[in-house]
Write a protein of this length. Sequence first.
Length: 137
Amino acid sequence: MDQRNLKFIPHVLPILVGTTVYFLNNDNVLHNVFLPDVCPGELDLGTWFKGDVKKYTFTKPCIVTILCNVHPEMEAYIVVLKTPYFAVTDRGGNFTIKDIPPGEYTLKVWHEKLRGKDIKVKVPEKGSVYINLILSR
């Protein structure tokens, strides 16, 4: 996860449990990474200069808010998952999850401000499944 132009990039980062995330500072100012959430546990990686990197391994599923103590307007999210089948929507709200084995699944949606209902999905042996999601406040 990069820190560039006083923003975390990407804004939302889905990862698998056990993934180590590297936090890079690409700005000409000091940055800090602070995780205030109970899961994975409050953590402050400290403050560091441009070009430096800090890292953290996420060991349990949860949704983590990422903040910068130096710049309170900076905020991002890491969604730590038990499954490798996930996607981030594009600007138009479209997404594709590839290589899912045939079977029945529950599609869960996460958004920082909106809510969506879980949807039961049956993935066929061949072909695609198209889903329209509706998010609400």
